[in-house]
Design a protein around this ligand. Structure first.
Ligand code: SAH
Length: 346
């Protein structure tokens, strides 16, 4: 076993079997241990009541059991709930539960802070502190699920990686957490109900396609014109639109799953026919649908929502070209829980 201790919850049952066997513990204990690890209220190995003392001592010596916990809760007038969750080293992330008629969506974070520099997003003004470990993402979702059951009398039905951070810059841990959350030890949610949103890290999109992942992909596009995109999302200079489009074509070829483009329309930035036409031409190459997101003001930024007339121009031209488009109204604005507003201001 390695020197730095692994978190017990992310050890596969096969590895656990192997470790137990090697250390002369009966195999049926691994299932008992795994069952305990799904209970988020368990804070230490001592609470695993049906295990003998020598096994508890062995686990304590060889594994860790770090739990995240809720630091604060804010409830919006529209029933959205935002959680500040404190990690074992004191860093804080935010997550949101968004109830609607037929679903409860959990918006989860993949990093503490964010590695990217989108000028319109409050999270990008925080420093990226670190990637979340797979078990921390798992914990976050287990905590949210428990809250969802308490608060809305229903488990979460959808998960979107649209909280803090860029999931594809923490790829391995995000994938591991998704595999875990969809397993028997998770919350019984299917891959189809999970969406990972990326700002467009093209080489990782190709890797995801190669890895044959089963969840949905969303891309925060906001402009299909290189110059504009580079201005509003400066990191994207390293990920030219040509490469992004190529990686998305590759994704579709491999997965046959349509992607979602997230798109904001701002005054004097992308409110013109050149931008509309560029978007249409990308959507013609890549089977996709568009989610128009309402811009949420984040203070000290020069961004301003475009006039209604431009939103309608986009809608009409996309519809004329048979490109599916919907408008996503923001939820939880009054508690700074909407897209782009997560900035640890609890
Ligand atoms: N880094 C990933 C995951 C974050 S998702 C990504 O960018 O996709 C958060 C979504 O909210 C992204 O689509 C982002 O572009 C959008 N967003 C950021 N700031 C916003 C704001 N102020 N108003 C509305 N949407 C915003």
């Amino acid at each position: 076993m390695s020197k730095s201790l692994d978190d017990i919850r992310l050890i596969s049952i096969e590895s656990l079997n192997h470790i137990l066997l090697k250390n002369k513990f009966p195999l049926y204990r691994s299932k008992q241990i795994k069952n305990w690890t799904t209970k988020i209220d368990i804070k230490s190995f001592d609470e695993m009541l049906n295990l003998p003392r020598d096994l508890i001592n062995f686990l304590k010596k060889n594994f860790k059991l770090n739990h995240a916990h809720i630091l604060s809760v804010q409830k919006s007038s529209d029933k959205t709930v935002k959680y500040a969750i404190k990690l074992h080293d004191g860093l804080v992330i935010e997550s949101v539960l968004i109830p609607s008629n037929d679903r409860i969506t959990a918006c989860v974070s993949s990093q503490a802070g964010c590695s990217l520099d989108c000028n319109f997003c409050a999270t990008s003004q925080l420093k990226r502190m670190r990637n979340l470990e797979a078990y921390e993402i798992f914990d976050q979702i287990m905590i949210l699920n428990k809250e969802s059951i308490n608060y809305f009398s229903s488990s979460i039905s959808n998960i979107v990686f649209m909280g803090m951070g860029e999931p594809l810059l923490n790829y391995k841990n995000v994938i591991e957490s998704i595999d875990y959350i969809t397993s028997d030890y998770g919350i019984g949610i299917s891959y189809k109900k999970i969406t990972v949103s990326t700002s467009g890290i093209s080489k990782m999109i190709k890797k995801m396609a190669d890895d044959n992942v089963k969840f949905n992909l969303a891309v925060s596009l906001h402009s299909a014109i290189e110059n504009t995109r580079n201005k509003i999302m400066p990191f994207s200079k390293s990920f030219p639109i040509k490469d992004l489009v190529e990686s998305l074509e590759y994704w579709y070829e491999k997965t046959k799953r349509r992607i979602t483009f997230e798109y904001l329309i701002w005054n004097n930035i992308n409110d013109d026919f050149d931008h509309i036409n560029a978007l249409v031409s990308i959507c013609k190459r890549i089977p996709s649908k568009i989610n128009m997101i309402e811009y949420n003001s984040i203070g000290n930024s020069n961004f301003e929502s475009a006039d209604e007339i431009w939103i309608n121009n986009y809608l009409n031209i996309l519809k004329d070209n048979k490109i599916p488009v919907s408008i996503r109204r923001s939820r939880g604005k009054d508690i700074q829980a909407a897209c782009g507003q997560l900035a640890n201001k609890h």
